[in-house]
Design a protein around this ligand. Structure first.
Ligand code: CA
Length: 229
C-alpha cells in the first residue's frame, strides 16, 4: 500500500495512537504537532491524506484547512478533520472549506481506519477520472472522455475508450481478457458478457489506432497490452 498520511495533532497520546495504528495498517506517516507547520509540510510531503485536528496551538485547524485548500499544490489532498464534541459549527465550516470528512473525538480506531480507507478510495476514483494519459501524440483525456491524436478527437466508442484507458493505465503491461472485461464493462460484466466480446472491441479499436501508428499487442492465450510509445 505504502500511502503517506499526514497527521496534524497536538495531543501527543492521540498522535502516537494514530501513528501506531496507521503504520500497522501499512501506511506511512508524517507528524505535525502544531498547525503552522502543517501547510508547508503538506506541500513538501504530498501525502495522500491529511488527518487534521481542529483545536491546535498556533494556527488552528480551520485556518490550516483553508491554506491547504488554497494552495494548488495541496488543494486536491483529502482532509479528514478530527473534531471534539461542541465544535459542530467548526465542522460545518471545515466541510464548506473542502474537508472531505470528519471524525468526532473520542473515536474508535476502527471507525477512523474505515473513514481513512473510504476517503482514499473515493479520491483514487476521482483522481482516475481526471487523469490524462499520453503516448506520443495520442492523448487520453479522462475528464472529457476523449481520445485525441495531435489534438484532434479520435472517433472511438465509449467501450473502446474504456478499453484504451485500461490499457494505457497499465503502462504497457499486459492485461488479461478478464481484467479488461472487468475494467471496461464494470458491473455489466456480470451480465454474461463473454471474454470473446473483448476481442471484438479490441479488434475495432486496434484498427482505429493502427491508422494513427499505435499498436495493441496480442498476448497469446491471455490478453493484450498497449505499446506505450
Ligand atoms: Ca487538539
Amino acid at each position: 500500500m505504502d500511502e503517506k498520511i499526514l497527521i496534524v495533532e497536538d495531543e501527543k497520546d492521540i498522535a502516537r495512537m494514530l501513528d501506531y495504528n496507521l503504520k500497522k495498517e501499512g501506511y506511512r506517516t508524517v507528524l505535525a504537532h502544531e498547525g503552522s507547520a502543517a501547510p508547508l509540510l503538506a506541500a513538501k510531503e504530498r501525502p495522500r491524506l491529511i488527518l487534521l485536528d481542529l483545536m491546535l496551538p498556533g494556527l488552528d485547524g480551520l485556518e490550516v484547512c483553508r491554506r491547504i485548500k488554497m494552495d494548488a499544490k495541496t488543494a486536491s489532498i483529502p482532509i479528514i478533520m478530527l473534531t471534539a464534541k461542541g465544535e459542530e459549527s467548526d465542522k460545518v465550516v471545515g466541510l464548506e472549506m473542502g474537508a472531505d470528512d470528519y471524525v468526532t473525538k473520542p473515536f474508535s480506531i476502527k471507525e477512523l481506519l474505515s473513514r481513512v480507507k473510504a476517503v482514499l478510495r473515493r479520491s483514487a476514483v476521482i483522481g482516475e477520472a481526471l487523469q490524462i494519459y499520453q503516448a506520443g501524440d495520442l492523448e487520453l483525456d479522462c475528464s472529457r472522455v476523449l481520445a485525441l491524436v495531435k489534438g484532434k478527437p479520435l472517433d472511438i466508442t465509449a467501450r473502446e475508450f474504456e478499453l484504451l484507458r485500461a490499457l494505457m493505465a497499465a503502462g504497457g503491461k499486459m492485461l488479461s481478457r478478464e481484467a479488461l472485461l472487468e475494467k471496461a464493462w464494470g458491473l455489466d460484466a456480470s451480465l454474461e458478457v463473454e471474454t470473446r466480446t473483448v476481442d471484438v472491441h479490441i479488434g475495432t479499436l486496434r484498427k482505429k489506432l493502427r491508422a494513427e501508428g499505435k499498436r495493441i499487442i496480442t498476448v497469446k492465450n491471455y490478453g493484450y497490452r498497449f505499446e506505450n510509445q
